[in-house]
Design a protein around this ligand. Structure first.
Ligand code: PMP
Ligand code: GLU
Length: 401
């Protein structure tokens, strides 16, 4: 029997995470001595603020080394409610909150709790890589609603309306968006809420993990609109705003029956998030919200720099991202040109060729449902970004018909 025959059909059907795969390729090349600049993974390059680290150390010394309630420590769920009120004017109670091992697991729990085989999930596209696979793992059917660079990658409400069917379970999107950095305005979200509202079997999963990284305008939650409020699940986490990716802490605020269902799943799968990590999250969430502003200012300066550099590459189509730390250029003008004798046909080939040719790791847009694009994460130092942009310019200038 081959090893593949021994594996489940589920894992054989599963795509590997392209973001994690590209960053591993970059690490492997670096380990072999290549001078690789990684703009592949979406991870703040800052360390977790020291007061948060101190809170975890204190929690360990105070004996927070045991299991917690499955949906999270009550004080953390209360802190999350305080944060949602303070930052988003949303009213939730601890019974609505479930804390998990990252927003990724939060979305996994939701899909396992809500989807029956054949149920449809409308996913705004470009989408974050894992949405599709997590929906599929639960037997759901992803339904793509796309927006291109000319629309700043923001979907038309009419397209959402026409994608809704009897089988639609929920609509799933992130704003600020990974991979595009686009941020939906209040008006745009209201128009989307208006098309969903009449279909009372349709819920909304609003992934707001980049809410603290918004440069133009302010972060708005679709949960603010009364016509969809009771059917909206807000997903958020500590990874991006507080530079806590390795802590694995995310959460949802959901109608009670959904929170209970996700708690049931979590109780059989992980038992919950780490106890001392949860104590640190309390400190982070209850701190002055300005703590996240310093990182935001740094990301803004980097966005300005990288956009300025990429504008000099003739042929790239750019949408200026209003948030997160990604730039998602449309590179389709370069398809069917060649680099050092190899014809580049699509974004997969382009991302690999850029990595091999000039040692810059990006992620192919195909992984995000946008095969005309590549994603650059500018969560890297100014020196690395300057060098990476120089190399990208060299690469694209070397392409010939
Ligand atoms: N949602 C989006 C849009 C993301 O980019 C990520 C990537 N980290 C996540 C959710 C998951 O984050 P985590 O599991 O680290 O909380
Ligand atoms: N969300 C980040 C990214 O898109 C981290 C990697 C991941 O979780 O897939 O790069």
């Amino acid at each position: 029997m081959s090893t593949n025959q021994f594996l489940s059909q589920t894992v054989l059907n599963l795509e590997e995470s392209a973001t994690l795969m590209m960053s591993q390729m970059a690490r492997d090349l670096k380990a072999k001595g290549h001078d690789v600049i990684s703009l592949s993974i979406g991870e703040p390059d800052f360390d977790t603020p020291s007061f948060v680290r101190e809170a975890a150390k204190q929690a360990l010394d105070e004996g927070y080394t045991h299991y917690t309630p499955v949906p999270g420590l009550i004080e953390l769920r209360e802190a999350i409610c305080t944060k949602l009120k303070r930052d988003n004017s949303l009213t939730f109670e601890p019974k609505n909150i479930v804390v998990s091992n990252g927003a990724k697991q939060t979305i996994y729990n939701l899909c396992q709790a809500l989807l029956n085989p054949g149920d449809e999930v409308i996913i705004f596209t470009p989408y974050w890589v894992s949405y599709i696979e997590i929906v599929r793992l639960a037997g759901g059917v992803p339904v793509i609603v796309s927006a291109d660079v000319e629309q700043d990658y923001k979907v038309n409400p009419e397209d959402v309306a026409s994608a809704i069917t009897e089988r639609t379970k929920f609509v799933l999107f992130s704003s600020p968006s990974n991979p595009t950095g686009s941020v939906y305005t209040r008006k745009e979200l209201e128009a989307i809420a208006d098309v969903i509202a009449p279909h009372d079997h349709v819920h909304v999963v609003s992934d707001e993990i980049y809410e603290h990284i918004v440069f133009d305008g302010v972060h708005e939650s679709i949960a603010q609109f009364e016509n969809v409020r009771d059917r909206t699940i807000v997903v958020n986490g500590m990874s991006k705003g507080f530079a806590m990716t390795g802590w694995r802490l995310g959460y949802m605020a959901a109608p009670e029956f959904i929170a209970k269902a996700c708690t049931k799943i979590q109780g059989q799968v992980t038992s919950g998030a780490s106890s001392f990590g949860q104590k640190a999250a309390v400190a982070a969430l209850l701190a002055d919200p300005n703590v996240t502003k310093e990182m935001m200012k740094t990301f803004l300066a980097r966005r300005e720099f990288v956009i300025g550099q990429l504008r000099q590459i003739e042929g790239l189509k750019l949408s200026v991202p209003e948030g997160a730390f990604y730039i998602f250029p449309d590179c389709s003008n370069f398809f069917n040109k060649s680099y050092e004798g190899s014809v580049i046909k699509d974004s997969d080939q382009l991302a690999l060729s850029i990595l091999e040719g000039v040692k810059v790791a990006t992620v192919s847009g195909a992984a995000f449902g946008a095969p005309n694009c590549i994603r650059l994460s500018y969560a890297a130092s100014e020196a690395q970004l300057a060098e990476a942009c120089k190399r990208l310019q060299t690469y694209f200038e070397a392409m010939v018909d």
